[in-house]
Ligand binder design. Structure first.
Ligand code: AMP
Ligand code: MG
Length: 350
């Protein structure tokens, strides 16, 4: 299949591109498009055959449900059985935005879209092109991240093309995304809302709106095989670069020294080593391929750069990657969740 790539100016969206993409969606095809979190791979959420194509293109396990994207609250009524009060409060506070809510699904949403679950994940993205595509097509768009399953999520159209060129109908190139990590997933079917995946909207932000919020235990660390994460996708290895990633925690200067020692040995044995550093430490590394993920004083920048850095190490063909760890409160919780999963929870204390 030829994948058509269309560039748009997000502040002056070309109607013809939106029409072309809508036609692809109407005939059951797939369009990758930018959102404020990461690029999504979209298809008609209510067309089971169309959402099945997403699983095939990504190589995604069929029990890993898709998030349905809407542009207007009215679209929600036909997707869900009920809208709990907590959901209304959260939607008022954070939609459009990087928060996905889990509802009991209506009969209109096919099992193929929800991986066989009786719940459905819904989000209203805060991105002009994404909203325009949903409005122009009139389609509720099922869209997981537009990467090959397991690889780092795409934050540019080039990342999407690297993974999915030839497998999907169209890519809308709206430039680099803003946030860079996926939405916070909140299950509002229980009395106390539960975070199933940390994201840009932090626990503190949610708690200000609805009071107590829980967090699914399975996402805060490696768990025994019998504890199943409530978001099925969280049980798979994810976000991973090709080379094995090991994270090091401890006092920063000790971490740098330890990584320097390991890298020194690697260089002598011809092992190409990537290092995830930060602005504050990047000049302290003596060898290896050093990439700064951003300043420790600016978590937004770290989130924004995270997947791009992991993908760059793939392009550089490094053999191993060593990474510093970051604080794990507020947005750091989402950052460390992604990095630890990318590392298969391989963290060493130094
Ligand atoms: P992605 O869109 O690739 O970021 O992945 C979507 C995430 O949402 C995966 O981790 C899914 O397991 C999760 N998800 C989607 N639908 C549901 C649902 N109904 N219940 C729980 N988690 C869900
Ligand atoms: Mg994904």
């Amino acid at each position: 299949m030829d994948t058509v790539i269309r560039k748009i100016d997000v502040n002056n969206i070309d109607r013809e591109v939106m029409e072309e993409a809508s036609q692809v969606l109407h005939r059951g095809g797939m369009v990758a498009f930018p959102t404020e979190t990461v690029y999504g791979l979209g298809a008609d959420a209510l067309d089971e055959k169309a959402s099945a194509k997403i699983y095939a293109a990504k190589g995604r396990p069929s029990d890993n449900p898709l998030i349905v994207h809407i542009s207007d609250i009215e679209q929600l009524d036909k997707l869900v059985c009920e809208i709990p009060d907590n959901a209304k409060k959260l939607m008022d506070a954070f939609w459009p935005g990087p928060m996905t809510l889990i509802f009991k699904k209506s009969g209109l949403v096919p099992d193929g879209t929800t991986g066989g679950l009786d719940t459905v994940a819904v989000r209203m993205p805060n991105h002009k092109a994404a909203l325009e595509l949903i409005r122009t097509s009139g389609v509720a768009i099922a869209a997981p991240s537009a990467n090959t399953s397991g690889r780092p999520s795409p934050t540019t159209a080039a990342h999407v093309a690297d993974d999915l060129s030839g497998k999907i109908d169209m890519i809308i190139d709206g430039g680099a995304v803003g946030i860079g990590i996926e939405s916070t997933i909140v299950d509002v079917t229980s009395e106390i809302p539960m975070v199933l995946r940390p994201g840009y909207i932090t626990m503190e932000m949610l708690e200000k709106v609805v009071g107590k919020v829980g967090i699914d235990k399975a996402i805060t660390g490696p768990v025994s095989p019998d504890v199943k994460p409530k978001a099925p996708g969280m049980k798979y290895k994810h976000y991973a670069p090709k080379a094995e990633l090991t994270m090091f925690k401890g006092e920063l200067k000790n971490v740098v020294e330890h990584i320097n020692n390991l890298t020194d040995k690697n260089v002598k044995s011809g092992i190409k080593t990537g290092i995830i550093a930060c602005e504050e430490t990047k000049d302290m590394y003596k060898a290896g391929e050093v990439l700064s993920i951003g300043s420790r004083n600016n978590e937004d920048t770290i989130a924004h750069n995270l997947y791009g850095v992991l993908r760059k190490f793939d392009d550089m063909n490094v053999d191993v990657i060593y990474g510093e760890t970051f604080e794990d409160n507020r947005l750091g919780q989402a950052i460390m969740n992604r990095l630890l999963k990318a590392a298969g929870y391989h963290v060493e204390k130094v």
